[in-house]
Design a protein. Structure first.
Length: 322
């Protein structure tokens, strides 16, 4: 016989299923959005597919040239150290050449480039303009060394992973420029390496991302909800039903063997019913209350009725009143 699922357990299962469906839909939506964005970010060119990382590299190299070329010209005039002035001169000249290369590559690939430095770079230029003497020399070398160090990993990533042949050629040439500029700046002996940004920590092998714990989390959540519903059901079944209290009755003795038995569950036992029936006693006739044994045809010696083995039969006892 089938039993109806308890209400708390039923609602717990429904809530768990709803949570699983919501998480699955959210993951599908995120994955679909990411795939759509990636597909929209790629374009086909005669040199191969052009991706978002390729365009980002062209824009960052262009931004670097917009502030480093004029800063190199300024350092050639304002620096006090001859070594710093020579480095500034080389940076100014070579950044003009690199800027021409990036603009040519972007034009062929149809990539829009910025036309002015960003706010952070403008702040660096203003900071250098306000400095003089050796303070200017140290800040000039430190700022340019940090800027070149931040763009070099971007160039390397595109160089080893781009699908576009023209971008691969540009990354190779840009890498040569930036690596040479870092060597120029470090040759001055004014670089404070402790103040440079630290390299990123390596990602450990087998590291788990947030998506790797979604399935275990769902399993644990479903198990907890099911356990909660089961506990609620057991708690409700364990509470006594409302109503008058029933006193415990000791088990009656069985009429056959006299052994004590437990209270039966189900229909009553006929033997138990008979055990509780009181014996039936004959009720005396009111008219015979004062009758003598002679009047009732009783044996005067024993008080018992006469024997009927002889076949004698009286239709009615003799009345006292004749």
């Amino acid at each position: 016989m089938s039993r109806r699922i308890p209400g708390p357990l039923r609602w717990s299962v429904l809530a768990a299923l709803a949570a699983v469906a919501a998480v699955a839909l959210a993951q599908y939506w995120v994955a679909t959005s990411a795939t759509t964005d990636q597909q929209q970010g790629w374009t086909q060119t005669r040199w191969g597919p052009l991706g978002p990382a390729d365009r980002d590299l062209l824009q960052k190299v262009r931004l670097a040239g917009l502030w480093e070329a004029p800063t190199g010209q300024q350092g050639e005039q304002q620096a006090t150290s001859p070594a710093v002035r020579e480095v500034a001169r080389k940076l100014g000249v070579e950044h003009h050449d690199l800027d021409a290369l990036v603009r040519s590559t972007a034009e062929q690939l149809g990539v829009l480039l910025p036309s002015r430095p960003n706010d952070q770079q403008i702040g660096w230029m203003n900071d250098l303009t306000a400095r003089t003497g050796t303070d200017y020399d140290r800040q000039f070398v430190q700022l340019l060394r940090a800027a070149h160090g931040s763009v070099l990993p971007v160039i390397t990533d595109v160089k080893v992973g781009t699908r576009n042949e023209l971008m691969r050629q540009f990354a190779n040439e840009a890498s040569v420029y930036v690596t040479r500029h870092i060597g120029y700046l470090e040759s001055t002996g004014l670089v404070d390496y402790a103040a440079l940004p630290a390299p990123p920590d390596p990602v450990p092998t087998g590291a788990r991302s947030a998506t790797d714990v979604v399935v275990p989390a769902l399993v644990v959540g479903v198990a907890l909800l099911a356990a909660g519903g089961l506990l609620m059901t057991l708690h409700r079944r364990g509470r006594p039903a409302a109503g008058p209290a029933t006193a415990l009755v000791p088990a009656p003795r069985h009429p056959r063997d006299g052994a004590r038995r437990a209270l039966p569950v189900g229909p009553p036992d006929p033997w138990d019913e008979l055990a509780h029936v009181p014996p039936v006693r004959p009720r005396p006739d009111p008219g015979l209350a004062d009758a003598t044994p002679h009047d009732l045809d009783l044996d005067t010696d024993t008080g018992a009725p006469p024997s009927r083995t002889t076949g004698a039969h009286r239709t009615a006892p003799r009345s006292r009143y004749r």
